[in-house]
Design a protein around this ligand. Structure first.
Ligand code: GAR
Length: 202
């Protein structure tokens, strides 16, 4: 049984879709913990209701990114994780932290990377005039939103879209994409090692 640790900062709807898929699809893995950097993250309530251990490491209580990450790492490692899943975890991570979890940390980003890394992706997509937007699951590397892509989902941008309507359309598809990719990882269909480019998932 593999251990998955999910990191969240807020609502946690992606985390919920992963918890649900793990249960209904009987994954050979358990959600060992849900950890947040914010005590008020709504997703913690859902996780606790599901009987999943929850924990909070409050980022703003630490004087430096390194000190916060040291505390977070200690907490994560208590659960012997095989896979770390960032699900709306809104912290930039240092190279040292990412290296510690090399080959076992993934993220979902609400854009068709390499388009629109960073924040306000739906606004950027609307302003770009493009006809398509989407979400990407990728391996986490030291460069923000730039790791090798494991899976993507596309949605149309419609003429009357607002940031909210577009975000909602993308989010609904994130809830399909992220569990799907994690299941592929668990089944050995995707390789998370950052070896030679030919070895990488694409
Ligand atoms: C999701 O749209 C996720 O892709 C995004 O935050 C939202 C979290 O929603 N992540 C990022 O922007 C990371 N750069 P959720 O808490 O309901 O899963």
């Amino acid at each position: 049984m593999k251990n998955i640790v999910i990191l969240i900062s807020g609502r946690g709807s992606n985390m919920q879709s992963i918890v649900a898929a793990a249960k209904t699809q009987k994954w050979p893995a358990q959600i060992a913990a849900v950890i947040s950097n914010r005590a008020d993250a709504e997703g913690l309530i859902f996780a606790a209701e599901q009987g999943i251990p929850t924990s909070v490491v409050v980022s703003k209580n630490y004087l430096s990114r390194e000190k916060f990450e040291a505390a977070l790492q200690e907490k994560i490692d208590q659960f012997s994780p095989d896979l770390i899943v960032l699900a709306g975890f809104m912290r930039i991570l240092t190279a040292r932290f990412v290296q510690h979890y090399a080959s076992r940390i993934v993220n979902i980003h609400p854009s068709l990377l390499p388009r629109f890394p960073g924040l306000h992706t739906h606004r950027q997509a609307l302003e770009s005039g493009e006809s398509e937007h989407g979400a990407t699951v990728h391996i986490v590397t030291a460069e923000l939103d730039h790791g090798p892509i494991l899976g993507q989902v596309r949605v149309p941008i419609l003429p009357n879209d607002t940031e909210a309507s577009l975000a909602n359309r993308v989010l609904n598809q994130e809830h399909v994409l992220y569990p799907h990719v994690i299941r592929q990882i668990l089944q050995g269909e995707l390789n998370l090692s950052l070896g030679a480019p030919s070895e990488r998932a694409s």
